[in-house]
Design a protein around this ligand. Sequence first.
Ligand code: HEM
Length: 399
Amino acid sequence: MTSPTIVIDLADVEYKTNPWPTYVRLREEAPVYYVPEGTWDGQDFYVLSRYDEVALALKDKKRFSSQIQTQGYLNLPMLVNRDAPEHTRLRHMANKSFNARLVRTLGDWVQGIIDDLIQEILAQDKVEFVEAFTTALPLRVVGGMLGIPLDRKADLRRWSAAVMASFAVAAGMDPDEAPGFYEDIVEFGNYMGELAQARRGKPNQEDILGELVAQNEAGDMTRDEMVTMAWSFVAAGHETTMNLLGGGIHMLLTDDALAKRLTAEPERTKDFIEEYLRIYSPTQWLLRRTNEDIELHGVQIPKGALLHVVLGSANRDPRKFDNPDVFDIDRKGLGEHLGFGAGPHFCPGAALSRLLAETAFRSFYPILDKLSIDPNDPPRLRTTQGSYGIARMGIIVNR
Ligand code: HEM
């Protein structure tokens, strides 16, 4: 059998904004696909696109490693870039700082932030929605939990973009596409260090920063680990949640039947969110390295090989989901998508982002008829590698 030729150009805008046809070919013709010299610095990689192999790579920590960067300035002590036992220790601390109790107590505060943002939107004739809402909400919430004052929100946005760029560079993006990102993440690190210093010896305010400082004071966490943990929360929580919020509101404004149904049955919002995460996974792919030689679907993958683990394709695998390209909040196995990953690195922010999205969507139902998409500023998709979502969308406020 000759191997199929499927072009995977990570920098190609078409692959970033409409990857679905390529995913179909990958799943059907080459479930383990070898791309020689596919990253900007000429590394080979293998693409896994079916549900079963994607789940395997995420869950089997013995054979698949998350430590993508092993040297150089991007080898940071970040959760996503570490394996057991270091990952287990850091993750335990992340879970402590970010536990379900904390998330459960946030409801009223989150609702207050959403109400303020909606009031600000309704007071204008038109808004750029990503700026006005989808970026503002996760940054205010995560920033607030980290003790970052609102007047630093412009900096926080810049820092968040810089940490995202560092992930993209680690994943193979040319660093020249994000000039200045390293200086920005160093600046953010220094600022978080100062915030933590100012909290020392004070009572724990039971926010994330308070928990991180408490663990640092107890000698369980170094300063560098504390700062990188804060980076991880800001970066991992911002762009992903913003993609979910922007895409969800776009669907509500363009699909009348769906909007009517959810307005009548707001308790189905949870299912709407899960189905959105399945069909338009905000994180489209993750990276892993093999810890040993592995054979999958007859392809020999050598030890140390780089893998692109495509959640966005797994979530549309017809072997797992019936009619996978159809958006259906009544489908069976709704929660079995891999949008938040799986296994030891499963997203610790899942509960928080579900809370933000559910509170946000439910708050928009009563005012959907006041909002419409601005035909002069239609939705534009992001072109960040490995993520899918709306980068810009004009909305008109009808009176
Ligand atoms: C819709 C929103 C979100 C999506 C789709 C999402 C997706 C993911 C995925 C797929 C992973 C797995 C990474 C891997 O296996 O390598 C992950 C990990 C992570 N997420 Fe999220 N995430 C979201 C929101 C958040 C939020 C709100 C936060 C925090 C404020 C957060 C913090 C993290 C962190 C720290 C990790 C690393 C965990 C580890 O490596 O152990 N995420 N996320």
